[in-house]
Write a protein that binds this ligand. Structure first.
Ligand SMILES: O=P(O)(O)OC[C@H]1O[C@H](OP(=O)(O)OP(=O)(O)O)[C@H](O)[C@@H]1O
Ligand code: HPA
Length: 200
């Protein structure tokens, strides 16, 4: 695998190499379809226009969830789930493999979500600090409902309890990259998800 041979040496930090692949492209695509089908069933009759319905806004959390969000909204579109897309950008890890514990909003929503069903899309829940912060931030805006869909759940690292309505895969306590997820801005472009090994 080319990337594992090249590695990366971002900003003077540790050099990182791909250690092993956890989820290949096909597994990710199948999981996205499975999640989309569950979401379609759960929101049937609740979203769109008409009596008793409200719009569904999918909120992708940048940067890590940009690939997952793009794939999931297209899978939902293929199932004819009507939705709007918005994004927030938040950051707390910087170039480290441990959270700073300080969540910074780099970009907030473009449109109000009051009275709408909101589906928050995250790449990973690790300590849970980011997701808890986002849930509080979005709930304060009075949506009709709020659920979270997270591709990867690393429960061993959790420091706060936070609900996650849809989980793609549960993973062990290892630092992962690819499919939008980075180490120090490296590896987001990989079509698969892999563990990295830090050297030096
Ligand atoms: O559960 P937690 O410990 O809070 O970790 C999860 C968060 O960490 C990553 O974001 P990061 O701060 O690396 O920003 P990025 O999405 O731009 O890579 C990831 O995308 C989640 O938002
Ligand atoms: O395992 C991870 N990889 C990349 N970013 C992350 N943010 C929380 N956990 C991770």
């Amino acid at each position: 695998m080319g990337v594992s041979e090249q590695g990366a040496s971002p900003g003077g930090g540790a050099r990182a190499r791909i250690d092993r692949v956890l989820f290949r492209e096909e597994a990710l695509a199948a999981k996205v379809r499975e999640l989309a089908e569950r979401i379609r069933q759960d929101y049937a009759g609740a979203v769109g226009a008409g009596a008793g319905r409200a719009p569904l806004t999918v909120v992708g959390i940048l940067k890590g969830a940009f690939v997952f969000t793009a794939d999931l909204v297209r899978a939902l579109g293929a199932l004819e789930v009507p939705l709007q897309v918005d994004f927030m950008a938040v950051s707390s890890y910087g170039s480290a493999t441990q959270t700073s514990g300080i969540i910074r909003i780099l970009k907030d929503l473009d449109r109000p979500i009051r009275g709408q069903h909101v589906l928050l899309i995250e790449d990973i829940v690790d300590t849970g600090l980011t997701l808890r912060y986002l849930r509080e931030h979005l709930m304060a805006q009075d949506p009709a409902s709020l659920k979270a869909c997270v591709l990867l759940d690393k429960p061993e690292r959790r420091v706060v309890d936070v609900p996650v309505e849809y989980v793609g895969f549960t993973i062990p306590d290892e630092f992962v990259v690819g499919y939008g997820i980075d180490y120090a801005e490296q590896f987001r472009y990989l079509p698969y998800i892999a563990c990295v090994r830090l050297e030096g």
